[in-house]
Design a protein around this ligand. Structure first.
Ligand SMILES: *[C@@H]1O[C@H](CO)[C@@H](O)[C@H](O)[C@H]1NC(C)=O
Ligand SMILES: *[C@@H]1O[C@H](CO)[C@@H](O)[C@H](O)[C@H]1NC(C)=O
Ligand SMILES: *[C@@H]1O[C@H](CO)[C@@H](O)[C@H](O)[C@H]1NC(C)=O
Ligand SMILES: *[C@@H]1O[C@H](CO)[C@@H](O)[C@H](O)[C@H]1NC(C)=O
Ligand SMILES: *[C@@H]1O[C@H](CO)[C@@H](O)[C@H](O)[C@H]1NC(C)=O
Length: 358
């Protein structure tokens, strides 16, 4: 049942989107400025309570600002936050299980960070280090990132059912069973309690009525895929192709499924951005890439390859991506970058670092 939902959503969208007009592509990957004082991205729990509140306020500000995306391009776009959600939905099939997965999300995060700065937060996109919470189910549910006062709120109320027999009233989101899923309801505490969106689920950006963002904590997905042992295994990847392939099936889904479970928004390949925790998870994933790169920076700042078309790891359908491959975000105002300019976090348009690396 789930695969049918996935595919019908994609097929129905493919034609209208391909035909919709977009403005010209502007280049945003100039390398003229020098990065002397990089922004320091920090682990959520290393921010003060005051900083945490200020970050959350900036996210809420994005959720209350008008969008840049035109409704001619994406009918349901309502806010500045939706600009980022919409572009991720529409591009999800070209930026996952393809070579550009890491540069695409680095570029998306950077532009989100700039948008947060326009909303008063200039201290860098915080990250969620999964390994700090993967030790036990208790550590996970009590993570500071889920705190109702100084975090993003916690799990949704329990929705019964499993992958083969889901609750008939709640849409099944994940592509596989997570037998220890423990929630499934809407976010019901914290600053995002009752948060809803009208983009998604899946690839739907046209007619959806607002629906709530759900959480469905599933600890086993976190400890198996994104715990310290898994991170250490991935760090030993010998080249970008191996790193990208292996991490797109391990540390990346781990964080998504641990929060999203079988019913939750974070398990939605297209619309997971609707949960503001998306950004903390992906900031950590970018940090993981940078951690891997810094183990041999000279070589790895130019090590890049992989399929141009999703899952085409033998390059039978498309080619092998290169440093000259173009990546863009934005549907009305496109922001583009060449992969070679997205390989270093203190070069090209980037000027940030992480307080700690793996
Ligand atoms: C991208 O470039 C355009 C002009 O080409 C500029 O107006 C815009 O601010 C730039 N955006 C970023 C994120 O650098
Ligand atoms: C799913 O739930 C149904 C109904 O409760 C049960 O019969 C089935 O064994 C469950 N499947 C799994 C894989 O747990
Ligand atoms: C999007 O959602 C609306 C409302 O539920 C539905 O009518 C429409 O068919 C959906 N579109 C796609 C592409 O799934
Ligand atoms: C793609 O390019 C990389 C780097 O040159 C190479 O190692 C890999 O074998 C290529 N992939 C395929 C399927 O040819
Ligand atoms: C940016 O400029 C510096 C200094 O000229 C150079 O070393 C670096 O390779 C350039 N980086 C990119 C991504 O073009």
């Amino acid at each position: 049942m789930a695969p049918l939902v996935f595919f019908s959503a994609i097929l129905a969208l493919a034609l209208p989107l391909a035909a919709s007009p977009v403005s010209s592509v502007s280049s945003n990957s100039s390398n003229t400025s020098t990065c002397t004082t990089p922004i320091v991205r920090k682990e959520w729990r290393r921010l003060s309570s005051c900083q945490k509140k200020s970050y959350i306020k900036a996210v809420q500000c994005l959720m209350n600002k008008p969008p840049i995306t035109s409704v001619a391009d994406v009918p349901n776009v309502k806010t500045r936050y939706d600009d980022f959600l919409a572009t991720h939905i529409v591009q999800a099939d070209e930026c996952h299980f393809t070579a550009i997965f890491y540069p695409y999300h680095r570029w998306l995060l950077h532009n989100y960070e700039l948008a947060l700065a326009d909303c008063g937060w200039t201290e860098g996109q915080p990250y969620w280090d999964w390994t700090l919470d993967a030790g036990s189910p208790y550590d996970f549910v009590n993570s500071p990132v889920f705190d109702a006062k100084t975090g993003f709120g916690g799990n949704g109320a329990l929705v019964p059912g499993n992958f083969s027999n889901p609750d008939p009233d709640v849409l099944l989101i994940s592509p596989l069973d997570l037998p220890d899923h423990s929630g499934g309801g809407c976010i019901d505490d914290g600053p995002f309690a009752g948060l809803s969106t009208s983009l998604g689920p899946f690839a739907n950006v046209t007619g959806t009525s607002p629906y709530c963002v759900r959480r469905d904590f599933s600890y086993n997905a976190l400890t198996t895929n994104s715990g310290a042992a898994s991170v250490a295994t991935q760090m030993a990847s010998p080249n970008f192709g191996t790193w990208d392939y292996n991490t797109e099936f391990s540390i990346h889904p781990g964080g998504h499924w641990a929060i999203g479970g079988i019913y939750g928004t974070m398990s939605d390949k297209w619309s997971s951005v609707a949960d503001p925790l998306f950004w903390l998870h992906h900031s950590n994933l970018d940090r993981a890439w940078w951690s891997w790169q810094t183990r041999d920076l000279e070589a790895r700042v130019t090590d890049f390859s992989g399929p141009l078309i999703a899952f085409d790891y033998s390059n039978a359908l498309g080619g092998n991506a290169t440093l000259e491959t173009e990546v863009y975000i934005g549907l009305t105002e496109k922001l583009s970058i060449t992969v070679k300019d997205a390989m270093h976090i203190q070069q090209g348009p980037f000027c940030y670092t992480y307080d700690e690396i793996y």
